[in-house]
Design a protein around this ligand. Sequence first.
Ligand code: TRP
Length: 483
Amino acid sequence: MVAATDTGKTEGWSSRTAFVLAAIGSAVGLGNLWRFPAEAGANGGGAFVIFYILCVVLIGLPILLSETLIGRHGRSSAVESAKIVARQSGASEHWSLLATIGMLGSFMILSFYSVIAGWVLYYVGVFAIDFFGSLSDPVAGAFAGQTAEEITALLPSLFANNPLMLSLHAGFMLVTLLAVSRGITGGIEKVAVWLMPIFFALFLGITIYGALTADFGAALSFMFDFEPARLLKGDVMLSALGQAFFSLSLGSALMITYGAYADKTVNLAKTSTTIAFADTAVAIIAGLAIFPIVFTAMAPAESVAVLAGTSPPPGGPTLMFQTLPASFQAMPAGSFIGLLFFIMVFFAALTSSVALLEAPTSWVIHKFGMARSKAAVIVAVLAFAIGIPSALSFNVLETVFPLDFGMLAGQNYFGVIDGISGKILLPLSGLLTAVFIGWFADRRLTDSENGLDGAMHLIWRFLIAWLCPTAVAAILIVGIFLS
Ligand code: TRP
């Protein structure tokens, strides 16, 4: 139901399942499969993971519920919905800033998300050629194509190829645009309903394969070994909080936007819990699927050193595109598993990128009374353009932005956009949301929407009014200025 657009069409999810799948589809993406393991690796594993889980449960979940609540009550674009809730609560309409910042965050994320997703497309191609080639090549044998070294060498050559990088970026943006311009039920929902089940099937299969054939024990201890000394570091905390926001698609106006298409009968508390649970499970399982494969391919001495903390763990953006593909290739049926793996990542990325495009698009539709397809084209073209320097950040623009400013020090353009959106804009939007819902929104309004009762209601009130604002503010300050 609902959310009338200015073009006169009424849009909404066709069922609760469609809403849940689309929201999970938006949450589960490169953030879980590419960014979470990379961040966990870069931040030392165990301490990061534990703090991440705390962030999801105590901060992410209450804010997720608040965002869907604002959307469902306002039933408009994210900015408009926030204005409506503010107006009905007798609060300043400037609170809609929470959605404006979020939308800006979505837009910035989309600009580089499509770059990374373009690499995923490239690796789908690489492994497809590899797999089908190896089938007909009796020397290489079925399911085994190029060597691990050959696969590792692919990433630098991709990075050096500007036209290819830009074409992949454009290609992925185009696919995203096609889905979004077809609307909620005609495009976005179809993508989620078809691709998410396939995603989960592939995900389970690959995890089981990893657990059976690779060094699962090393991955377990890497992910869960607890190092209290690292836990209280500002940068680790900020990374974990930023990752929780990024992964749950919070602070990006999206959950408000998607909430606006939800029916009144949907229980938002239950739905939010399902979304947060599914997203976190996928992130952690992804770590447990990726690291065994990586550890197996490492020299034994190296993995001992990594687990002991004396050698830096594999992490960063190349984990998925270099370490992992090379590790696949060293394993039985490597080309085949690699192909399935990258198809799976591609599906996850697409269900997220359509959401990233939808948040700003729905704003343009409402604000300018523009037709959906036209609005989507404008936003997509802009995001593509803003993303061009990100695509070139790994080659010609490698060292542009040698900023000497705290967390942004030494970053390239890509790192700066990623840092500003993930570590500043999203938490800031989340902070405003928590303060707004916790202190300024009409209690009768929030209570009638949230689907909570009894003790859970009190817990949510406490978290959203007290813990979320103070924790997010503290982490933002410590993370940005003191680390
Ligand atoms: N949650 C997505 C992921 O994990 C990334 C993301 C952040 C996002 N904010 C969003 C996706 C808003 C859609 C909408 O990959």
